[in-house]
Design a protein around this ligand. Structure first.
Ligand SMILES: *Cc1c(COP(=O)(O)O)cnc(C)c1O
Length: 379
């Protein structure tokens, strides 16, 4: 089955009690048993819920995996993966990460005795010097947030396999419509479904998809034991969002391309970070592992002052100044003070995330209206 068809049908069966075509929101905490231990596979809703089960099945199929697991947020999904580790274990993570992931690693898990190495992974081989007998996990984001760097998933996966280390890829920016890390050898795919999967800026949700049965059992154990599970209504919203992912992503890609090229030719714009430019250092890899370049991009102004950036950030009318991304509406964001404020300034600057960087999540509005709005704001 092709992805566009899977997005609409995967995981969803007519409801057995009524024939409802859409999986109902099973708003229940528990399930009645006919005798102790005699039930239909549902005991208590932290462990099992039919709305969540439908979404987990759909997510697995869409990422070409065997198992899906849902969490109450993208960060909760990341937290579950890190709980596979024990004190003394080491993680190699890319140096250009979502701020909340960086905070989780350095402020929560470093305290428990897990050690993190943040490495520029644009050359996969660059991770080798950091691998030792304690390395358990490689963590990659691609394209990265917010600098749109590209990491070669296949190359990382081959190192991970050789050294028997787990590879987790945060696929939030690309979405399953543009990139499928499990097909390229990753062990776990993570999504903040809050973004493109939900797609309508109305839900916080996260998920993991994997192939290995044993890994699924370990992560399911964390899911039910730690309890960061999403409610059924949130699962329903993501399940509904999935049905239009392909249509939305096509438009995100078209609008993204137009805006990226337009920004690049604007006399007041400095550097534009977008992985669809042929001279982007990761372009060849992006072409190899992605089916499109999406609607995320960042840019600086020629006047590289914080004041000039702030003026643009507060002057758009259509593009809303807000954290988050991947919704139908376009957003503008200031990573240094918003999404990436939890990364220390020196760390940010080392990786090229300057104070004046502006990030855009290009939505699916008419692109002429977006251009006009940005044009007025940039002046
Ligand atoms: C937003 C985001 C997360 C965290 O997800 P939440 O749903 O906000 O908890 C993780 N990774 C990336 C790339 C993100 O953009």
């Amino acid at each position: 089955m092709k992805l566009s068809t899977k997005l609409i049908h995967a995981g969803v069966e007519p409801d057995p009690s009524t024939g409802a075509i859409m999986t109902p929101i099973y708003q229940t905490s528990t399930y009645v048993q006919s005798a102790p231990g005699v039930h239909k596979g549902y005991e208590y809703a932290r462990s099992q819920n039919p709305t969540r089960a439908a979404l987990e099945a759909a997510l697995a199929q869409i990422e070409n995996g065997r198992h899906g697991l849902c969490f109450s947020s993208g960060v909760a999904a990341s937290d579950a993966v890190l709980r596979l580790l024990v004190p003394g274990d080491e993680v190699i993570a890319c140096n250009d990460l979502y701020g909340g992931t960086y905070r989780l690693f350095t402020k929560i898990f470093e305290k428990t005795g897990i050690r993190f190495h943040f490495v520029n992974m644009q050359e996969a081989e660059a991770i080798r010097p950091y691998i030792n007998a304690k390395t358990r996990l490689i963590w990659a984001e691609t394209p990265t947030n917010p600098l749109m760097n590209i990491v070669d998933i296949e190359a990382l996966a081959s190192i991970a396999k050789e050294k028997r280390i787990l590879l987790c890829v945060d696929n939030t920016f690309a979405s399953p419509y543009l990139q499928n890390p499990l097909d390229l050898g990753a062990d776990i795919v993570l999504h903040s479904a809050t973004k493109y999967l939900g797609g309508h800026s109305d839900v916080i949700h996260g998920c993991l998809v994997m192939n290995d049965d044993e890994l699924r059992e370990k992560l399911y154990f964390v899911q039910k034991s730690c309890g960061a599970v999403p409610g059924p209504q949130d699962c329903f919203l993501v399940l509904r969002g999935l049905k239009t992912l392909h249509v939305r992503m096509d438009r995100h890609c078209i609008n993204g391309e137009v805006i990226a090229h337009w920004l690049r030719s604007h006399p007041k714009v400095g550097k534009v970070y977008w992985c669809g430019f042929q001279d982007h250092p990761g372009y060849a890899i992006a072409r190899k592992q992605m089916r499109g370049f999406g609607g995320m991009m960042s840019f600086t102004l020629k006047d590289d002052s914080l004041e000039a950036a702030k003026k643009v950030l507060s002057s758009t009318r259509l593009l809303a100044l807000a954290e988050s991304l991947g919704g139908v509406e376009s957003l503008i964001n200031h990573p240094a003070s918003m999404t990436h404020a939890s990364i220390p300034r020196e760390e940010r600057l080392k990786n090229g995330l300057t104070d004046s960087l502006i990030r855009l999540s290009i939505g699916i509005e008419d692109v002429d209206d977006l251009k006009a709005d940005l044009s007025e704001a940039i002046g």
